[in-house]
Design a protein around this ligand. Sequence first.
Ligand code: 4AD
Length: 504
Amino acid sequence: MTQKDKVFIGALSRYIGREVRLDGWLYNSRPSGKVQFVMLRDGSGLCQCVIEAGNIPEELFEEVKRLGQESSLSVTGTVRAEPRSPGGVELAVTGIAIHCFAADYPITPKEHGIDFLLKNRHLHLRSQRPWCIGRIRHTVIDAIRRFFNDNSFTLVDTPIFTTIAGEGEQTLFEVDYFGQPLHLAQTGQLYLESAAMSFGRVYCFGPTFRAEKSKTRRHLTEFWMVEPEVAYIDLPGLLNLAEDFVFSIIQRVLKDNRSELETLGADIASLEAIQKPFVRLTYTEAADILTSSRTKEFMAAQFEGFLAQKKAYETELTGIEAMDAKGGLKKWQQDKNARRILEIRTELAELEVKIENNPKHAQLASDFRWGKDLGGSDETIISLMYGRPVFVTHYPRAAKAFYMKTDRGNDRVVENFDLLAPAGFGEIIGGSVREDDYERLLARIREEGYNPESYQWYLDLRRYGSVPHGGFGLGVERTVAWLTGEKHIRQCIAFPRMMDKVYL
Ligand code: 4AD
């Protein structure tokens, strides 16, 4: 076996009829008479390797039979077309080198709870679902960089150790910086505003930290955010930029990751149906929608839908359990049933929560009063009502960050926006035009109780060549969760950090 013959599984269909070598790990394995089928994964895909007794030494054939899941091996053989195999090809094996025998790999195709999987995240990353999500995340990040690099933005890396708060002091992580208290970056925005006055169009992209006392499926304490900032832009300009940006990400993922989306069971048709322009609502319109009879009816219909779904799952579960109780099932059928039972139980547990929450969320929506920030459930309701992403603009000034520009025609609201992803995923972008008037900004800093001394450099930007400017931040994990249909954003980063738990 020589180095030059090595091929990645993802490229295997270009090598039909050729002798190649694959380096990988055993995903699963099953015997069938004098043939052993080994499913090999190598990080680029899965390949069925067909090992016929007689084509390799008998002793090795017996050894292969004993290989456990995740044993590492190199396999040589001839690539041949096989429409029923993943990728449309398989390998007729002529040689095998075993690197490491693995036995009792803890993550089997059978049932595992989420806590177990997170504790074993270092191994779980090799499983199909995290692998597919990781590949899509990679595409999303590449698409983000491509979009800004192709649109004349300059990358500016903003600091992680920061001296001032951007998004409210209550979510700051304090660190002891040689005796001086500093904070982990909540946003790169304030620094980026300074850089925008140098380069015109800039972006930063990095880890972001929020001491968020929130255990929801949308919150991590460490997440990745990309933030563009543009000099000489107004709110309509920002919305168009965000729209083009998000649209370009969707198109890239649809183009590059169709098979991963399929494996994950993502709603590809809904992603394909998304067209520009996205919906544009003001906060006041959104508030009216929440308190309307239309929302009341929508929530009631949703409740009925949950009950019907619950009944259907319970019926399916009873059927599978009866099949299991009857006995006589093959091992693979038992495994398949066990997996399905776990899936159904997970779905049922989630449905229970939805059934319990629906009336509360309906009540919150109908009680919504102008002036409050939109809560997670309010965002969910609005985003479920449209098949496209929804921009909500012009929030009440009092509910939003100090740096947002007061609408000069209505000083109760600011020139900001959130972008809500469809299908109930909620906010993926927050952004605004920035307050560019020195006196107004100083007043807002004082109102928030911040020390103006600390903000001198930020205020300077309003003294020396202040211009209308603005930008936004997109959360990578929330975007990946939306595109993949993953319910919890902890699955959308390799090693999640949550308020209540850090596993590894
Ligand atoms: O709306 P946010 O707080 O906006 C800012 O930080 C602005 N300074 C951005 C800017 O204008 N340059 O956060 C932006 C996005 C949210 O829409 C969400 O996608 C993500 O960051 N985000 C989180 N993601 C995961 N966990 C958290 N705790 C998050 N908080 C915000």
